[in-house]
Design a binder for this molecule. Structure first.
Ligand code: URA
Length: 449
């Protein structure tokens, strides 16, 4: 039998008192029922205010993880998360030097991957092409890295921006990358809780988490890089497609031009995974080099963003060749207190894994690499923990490349060498050197509108 929570039937309802209580809401979802709009509004509001304990929210998140949510529940859950905080509106802003023209506000969000540093070269490319990017970014979640953890490895860089500073940067230089702060505070609390309660890999929870921040941040257009594969939260293509469709529908319902690319996340992106090491690789891309997969995805996402925002006439790939994207990067990093010329931290200790025999590099499992880098200290084991900015891993041989016995395959970096054993154990079985190159997979699987 399907139950639905309603105000009057919630245990603990009293005249003029709370209409719901947490155990009733948890029980409804645990038993496969649907949460009513009023129950969802109450849960999100009460959790944001601290009237629902983390233990209770953990139980509810696990019930949602196991039972799922209908489209109507996801839509209401997302709207309630947006309403838990402020919603920025930048439609009054005009670009410095172009007083009549509204900003072409556009952003992208990735559902999380390994070596996914794309935001770092992408935002400057879009700036150089005339877009304006208000980007609320996150920290690492599970085995995936967070853009803020990576950017904070740049000496002086701060993502703690006031609304006034975000507005100033959007008008003056065309981008701001900031911690969500007062936007969707319900997501901030739940994101940390999901990370430590094994409730991250849930379609309704990912869709509402991503979209609540993106709706609240004040962008007008959005491109979703929806990852699929071993290193993604959703491994199955049909599920990843459903996630993309759900997020597109949520964005459209809230007035955002929303599109998605479905992209492969079986192999890490690029050759660098970690914090500062990914910033360094992003700079390689910005000066016209870098790994081909990172360049391909950066250019494809930029083209999609510019199209969604109605900006045309500039080839995003050209901004990597002519130096204008690198100029925009320097401007952005400096505006947020960072020194784009400062040396980036590298873990004080390194360990290199070499090939035992000649052959061809086989598949490199993104999940194994993500967990290894997390073990090295690039991610958190508990909420609020400091990450090591110099922790990371370099891939020396990409799938399909020839390998000679004794050649380096991976170099691992950390400040705490006692972490090497656990990191190397994570990599065990996550790569192989064989006789033949693995089958090639397209990086961009599909485009969805
Ligand atoms: N990114 C988010 O913002 N939230 C998720 O749940 C997963 C990826």
């Amino acid at each position: 039998m399907t139950q639905t929570t309603s105000g009057a039937s919630g245990a603990g309802a009293t005249a003029g008192g709370p209409a719901f209580d947490a155990p009733t809401v948890i029980r409804t979802k645990r038993d496969g029922g649907a949460l009513s709009d009023a129950a969802i509004d109450w849960v999100i509001d009460a959790y944001t205010d601290g009237r629902i304990a983390d233990e209770q929210m953990s139980a509810l998140l696990m019930a949602i993880f196991l039972r799922g949510m209908s489209g109507a529940e996801i839509a209401r859950w997302t709207a309630a998360m947006v309403a838990s905080g402020r919603r920025f509106d930048f439609t009054d802003l005009r670009r410095a030097g172009a007083p009549g023209r509204p900003l072409a506000l556009v952003d992208k969000h990735s559902t999380g991957g390994v070596g996914d540093k794309i935001t770092i070269p992408l935002v400057p490319v879009v700036m150089a092409c005339g877009g304006a990017v208000p980007q609320a970014s996150g920290r690492g979640l599970g085995h995936t890295g967070g853009t803020l953890d990576k950017l904070e490895s740049i000496p002086g860089f701060s993502a703690e921006l006031s609304e006034a500073q975000i507005r100033h940067q959007l008008e003056g230089i065309g981008a701001a990358i900031f911690a969500a702060g007062e936007l969707a505070p319900a997501d901030r609390k739940m994101y940390a809780l999901r990370d430590i309660t094994a409730t991250t890999e849930s379609l309704p929870l990912i869709a509402s988490s991503v979209m609540s921040k993106k709706i609240a941040e004040g962008t007008r257009a959005l491109v979703l890089d929806t990852k699929v594969g071993s290193g993604a939260f959703l491994k199955d293509e049909a599920e990843a497609r459903e996630l993309a469709r759900t997020m597109i529908d949520l964005g459209t319902a809230h007035g955002l031009v929303t599109r998605a690319l479905l992209t492969d996340m079986n192999t890490p992106l690029g050759a660098a995974v970690g914090n500062a090491i990914e910033v360094a690789e992003s700079v390689d891309v910005l000066v016209g080099g870098g790994p081909p997969d990172v360049v391909e995805l950066t250019v494809a996402l930029a083209a999609e963003m510019l199209d969604a925002a109605g900006v045309d006439g500039i080839d995003p790939a050209e901004t990597l060749r002519d130096g204008s994207a690198m100029d925009a990067y320097r401007t952005l990093i400096s505006a947020q207190g960072g020194d784009p010329d400062a040396a980036l931290p590298v873990g004080a200790h390194s360990e290199t894994i070499t090939a035992g025999h000649d052959g061809t590099m086989g598949e490199i499992d993104a999940m194994a690499v993500g967990l290894a880098v997390w073990r090295l200290g690039a991610g958190r084991a508990a909420p609020g923990q400091r990450v090591q900015h110099g922790a990371g891993l370099r891939i020396h041989r990409r799938p399909g490349e020839p390998v000679a016995a004794g050649q380096p395959l991976f170099t691992l970096y950390t400040d705490t060498p006692e972490r090497f054993a656990a990191a190397i154990a994570e990599l065990d079985g996550g790569f192989s050197v064989g006789d033949a190159a693995p089958a090639q997979r397209p990086l961009i699987i599909d485009r969805m509108v």
